[in-house]
Design a protein around this ligand. Sequence first.
Ligand code: HEM
Ligand code: HEM
Length: 181
Amino acid sequence: MSAGAHAERYALPAVLLHWLQAALVLWLLWLGWNMVELPKGAERSAAYALHKSFGLVALGLVLLRLAVRRLLPPPAPLAAGHEARLAAAAHRLLYALLLALPLAGYLASAFTPFAMKIFGVELPRLAAPDAAMNAFFKSVHLVAGWSLVALLALHIAAAARHALRRDGTLARMLPGRVSGN
Ligand code: HEM
Ligand code: HEM
């Protein structure tokens, strides 16, 4: 393989954060859709508490990723023209949803009468309970959740297509030796 295909890759911190956040977000989507089906009781409350705590971790991770992206910019696109523009737009939209989704979840929870806790530690109250605001941010959370699922389906299909073509796109998001220059 030519050095060029691997010389430009995502930095290791960006790679590790991508896969850590991918696993966390896929699990949160699964947990979110399962917990809302549970009957009222201890199991449901525990699932909600877990979802909120790890949801806030996911919010922290996306902020960390964006900071790392500034310090260690991603490699130049492998494709040219409209394919590169499409990938860049999809990645921007992914980041927007990865911010909006947990933020909406946090705001929805902030307007309930319940105290907001992260791993059992109570956070300061942001606002007085407000049923209308709670319902609004719940809807935003739901729509952002579905939008993220749709976009991730495209993202993963695009990654699979690149992997089948062995064009180096997946390789530069995997940990490995930096070969070439
Ligand atoms: C099996 C699942 C996944 C695969 C195979 C995959 C693969 C990839 C690859 C190869 C890239 C680099 C694209 C390029 O160089 O142009 C990438 C970027 C990205 N992925 Fe994924 N991904 C997966 C899941 C996810 C998930 C679940 C998320 C969201 C939580 C996600 C968010 C992103 C973002 C935001 C970028 C842009 C990175 C940047 O340029 O800063 N990915 N992914
Ligand atoms: C990336 C992070 C997150 C993902 C992927 C995610 C995903 C989901 C999904 C798929 C659902 C079920 C669909 C729905 O009814 O809305 C849900 C529900 C919920 N999420 Fe999240 N969520 C995240 C972060 C958060 C955060 C940070 C909080 C609060 C601190 C939160 C609070 C809630 C609540 C309270 C519900 C239940 C809504 C209801 O009862 O209708 N989520 N989440």
